[in-house]
Design a protein around this ligand. Structure first.
Ligand SMILES: NC(=O)c1ccc[n+]([C@@H]2O[C@H](COP(=O)([O-])OP(=O)(O)OC[C@H]3O[C@@H](n4cnc5c(N)ncnc54)[C@H](O)[C@@H]3O)[C@@H](O)[C@H]2O)c1
Length: 340
């Protein structure tokens, strides 16, 4: 049977890599993206990589009337919902912006999925829902406690999905909790394009490497970890994309509501990432030690047993490859998707 999937936020970082994975596996896609944090060029490049075409609706998922057009005009059997805001720091400053976009877009999608009987739904959640984990690795059973409005929006949506699933036993919902996606497609054609100063470590490092930023600040060297810097679970964005394909296949078996961590299960410190990048690029990354950043937890990495057992998900790329691919993307696209 030929599948077709509605992908919201498909032009974004994780969305674009997932489109490649879906299209390469003969799954048709329809994209809804208002390009508030992405560019159309990303979709053009996905078409170039896959040699397949993408049907695009440049709509805001918060506009329910427009979104309904997509449901009326197309037949698809699943929704993958990436669209949303994701900057933790910004969410602290403007929480309502985050609650509006993240919650309303999901509510609209769920109501329309219900109306048009699209019974398979994948949601982009985040490791941030684990707050300050009591122990690591964190399993899907660990307590959920978000500290930022961004994380709270993810927790609220998870609850919304859980209640919806209780009321609809014939619905299949996958909540995927991503750890730290980095890297880029090995072609160097698509990757992460942060607007302004990057919030995440690797895009910051690559921008220092290319000379756009003078040096990296490491936030805190007095954490209770081996080298004193924070430890995170970094996962190659192409592995993450593959996780969506596997989750989709799981939904097609009528599994009900499922929750999976998507990470590698291995934690790396900030200094280890810097050194891995230096090795992969042959460059020296100037950095200085700054104070701790509010809200950062010393370490967080995933228990990946459940995804391995139930989805057959195992991350293939190691940290060196993640750095190599991120660097290739940065070098080939010093201005991101903007034309030179
Ligand atoms: N990148 C990460 O580190 C990370 C980690 C955990 C979870 N997530 C979640 O994964 C999802 C995708 O993240 P990403 O890194 O690809 O982000 P991204 O910003 O690159 O992609 C999000 C896409 O959604 C679009 N969008 C946002 N609001 C929209 C709306 N109302 N209507 C239509 N389109 C809209 C943006 O234009 C963008 O193309 C997000 O929900 C994010 O919270 C990301």
């Amino acid at each position: 049977m030929r599948h077709c999937v509605l992908v919201t936020g498909g032009a974004g970082y994780i969305g674009s890599h997932t489109l490649v994975e879906l299209l390469s596996n003969e799954i048709e896609v329809i994209v809804v993206d208002n390009f508030c944090n992405s560019s159309k060029e990303a979709l053009r490049r996905v078409e170039e990589i896959t040699k397949k075409s993408i049907k695009l609706y440049p709509y805001d998922c918060c506009d329910k009337e427009l979104l309904e057009e997509v449901f009326r005009q197309n037949t698809f059997d699943a929704v993958i919902h990436f669209a949303g805001y994701k900057a933790v720091g910004e969410s602290v400053r403007v929480p309502l912006k985050y609650f509006r976009n993240n919650l309303i877009s999901t509510l609209n999608l769920l109501e329309l999925s219900e109306k048009y009987q699209v019974k398979n739904f994948i949601f982009s959640s985040s490791a941030t829902v684990y707050g300050v984990p009591k122990t690591v690795p964190v399993s899907e059973e660990s307590e959920i406690f978000a500290m930022s409005p961004y994380g709270q929006s993810k927790c609220m949506i998870e609850q919304m999905l859980t209640s919806f699933s209780k009321a609809h036993s014939d619905w299949n919902i996958a909540i995927l909790r991503y750890f730290n996606p980095i890297g880029a497609h090995p072609s160097g054609k698509i990757g992460e394009e942060p607007r302004g100063i990057p919030n995440n470590l690797l895009p910051y490092i690559t921008q220092v490497a290319i000379g756009k930023l003078p040096y990296l600040t490491v936030f805190g060297k007095d954490y209770p970890t081996e080298d004193g810097t924070c430890i995170r679970d970094y996962i190659h964005v192409c592995d993450l994309a593959c996780g969506h394909l596997l989750a989709l296949r799981k939904l097609y078996t009528n599994c009900g509501r499922v929750v999976y961590n998507l990470g590698t299960g291995k934690g790396y410190s900030v200094l280890e990432v810097i050194h891995a990048f230096e090795e992969a690029s042959g460059l020296k990354i100037p950095y200085q030690i700054g104070p701790r950043r509010e809200g950062d937890v010393p370490q967080n990495f995933a228990s990946v047993e459940k995804a391995k057992k139930e989805l057959n998900f195992v991350a293939k790329y190691d940290l060196h490859q993640m750095c190599e691919d991120a660097w290739r993307w940065q070098q080939k696209n010093p201005k991101g998707y903007q034309e030179e």
